[in-house]
Write a protein that binds this ligand. Sequence first.
Ligand SMILES: N[C@@H](CCC(=O)N[C@@H](CS)C(=O)NCC(=O)O)C(=O)O
Length: 247
Amino acid sequence: MDANQNNDPTKKTYHKRATGKALETVEKHSQDHELKLFGSCFCPFVQRVWISLEMKGLDYQYIEVDPYKKPQQLLEVNPRGLVPALRHGDWGCYESTVLMEYLEDLQMGEALLPSVPKLRAHSRLWSDHVNRHIVPGFYRYLQAQDEKSQIEHGEELKEQISKLVDAADKSGPFFLGSKMTFVDVQMAPWVVRLRKVLHPYRGWPDPDPTSRWAAWVDAIEQDHAVRATTSTDALYIDSYERYFVRV
Ligand SMILES: N[C@@H](CCC(=O)N[C@@H](CS)C(=O)NCC(=O)O)C(=O)O
C-alpha cells in the first residue's frame, strides 16, 4: 500500500498515486501540455476541476503533487501550496470554484453552466451553498469524535443536503435536469465520499431508493467523468483513516 500509516500530523495517511480508473486517466494525461492541473489523488477539491476537464474533453496534463511537501512547481502557481492549482501557459491560478469558472470562461468543450442568465445565477447560488454549508458540514461530521457531536453534525449535514435537493429540478436526476452541470460537479466529490468514507466511518445511510436524492447520487456515481477521476475504495478509506473513531 502506497500510504503513510501513523498518527504524526506531519506524516498524514495519504496516497501519492491514484488507483483504478483515476490512474488510467492520469496515465492518459501524462504528456506535457500547456494546460496543467496540479492535483493530489485523494483531494475532493482537485476532483471537481478534474471532472470538469474530463467532461469538457479538453487536452491537459495531470501532475500529481504532494501538497504537504509543497513542491516548487506548485508554489509557483499557488503561493499557499494548496491543490488544485492550474497552470495555463505562463499564467496560473487556484481555488477549485475559481478554476471551474475559468474553464467555463475558456468556452471550449461542453459548457457546465447553462446559457440562461437566471439559471446561471441559480447554479452559482447553489454552488455557493455547497461550498458554504455542505463541504464544511462534511468535515465537521467526519471530525466529530464523541457520539453527541456526531449525531448533531450528521443531522446538520443531512439538513443542508435536503435544502440542495429541494432546490433541484423535480425530475432530475441531476440538479438542473437530465444533464450533469456545474452544481453537480461541485457536489460530486463529496457524493462519492459519502458512500466511500462517511458510510464506513460514520454509518452514513444509503439513500432511500425511491427518493429524489437516491436518483441524484446514482446518476453522479454512474457519470463517466466522475468514474474516470475516482480511485479504488481503499485509497479513500486510507486517506480519511486519521479521523476514524468507531461509532
Ligand atoms: N478552498 C480550496 C481548498 C483546497 C484544499 O484544501 N486542498 C488540500 C488538499 S484536499 C490541500 O492542498 N492541503 C494542503 C495543506 O493544507 O497544506 C479549494 O477549493 O481549492
